[in-house]
Write a protein that binds this ligand. Sequence first.
Ligand SMILES: Cc1cc2nc3c(=O)[nH]c(=O)nc-3n(C[C@H](O)[C@H](O)[C@H](O)COP(=O)(O)O)c2cc1C
Length: 207
Amino acid sequence: MTLTAPEVNLLKQAPAVEGVMPVVLSRWSARSFANRDVSPADLKKVFEAARWAASSYNEQPWRFLVGLRNSSTYKKIFSTLIGFNQGWAAAAPVLILGVASSKFSHNGTDNRHALYDLGAASSYLTLQAASLGLTSHQMAGYDHAAARQAFAIPEDYLLGAVIALGYQGEPSALGQEQLIALETTPRERKPLSEFVLSAWGEPAELG
Ligand SMILES: Cc1cc2nc3c(=O)[nH]c(=O)nc-3n(C[C@H](O)[C@H](O)[C@H](O)COP(=O)(O)O)c2cc1C
């Protein structure tokens, strides 16, 4: 029998680590969305959070194209998604496309950290969403060229991820077995020893 949405939500929680912000542990990327809209006030809050991310030279290179269900912006973003993502993201009430200016506005030189900064802002967005009881799901699986064309995004903007935003739905609503299996599998992460290093290939001693 398929787990219910609250059961899945529990199963997706990272193990508690004392002192780590609870929202970091509780955020996860659902694929099942409830048939419930995100209020304009909450939508504004997630972008307010993104707004306050740090960025190189405080350039704030990010731009977010946001589409609510049935809007032309939503339809354009949706049309660029690969089939696998269309299979579940169709139920999301909000789709967002994140892009970043690759040039610094103060002198026109390359901003090599533009995508890094967009990623930081997007992380703030997803954490704020989680703190509001929303779920978000980022996607690299879309046709970048088609998205650029659909929105006439200038050449000097880099494309980031599409983000589906909404409320978690029942896993059974996903229909396909493969999607239900993904939705009901616990999250996994590498141990700190694999990515916190004191020298190349040497885990840092963190106590
Ligand atoms: C940049 C990026 C691209 C992703 N692309 C996809 C995607 O195209 N389709 C998808 O189903 N999930 C996608 N994901 C979701 C990841 O698979 C997911 O974040 C990862 O498995 C960790 O799970 P969690 O977010 O629930 O902790 C993407 C996530 C990120 C950050």
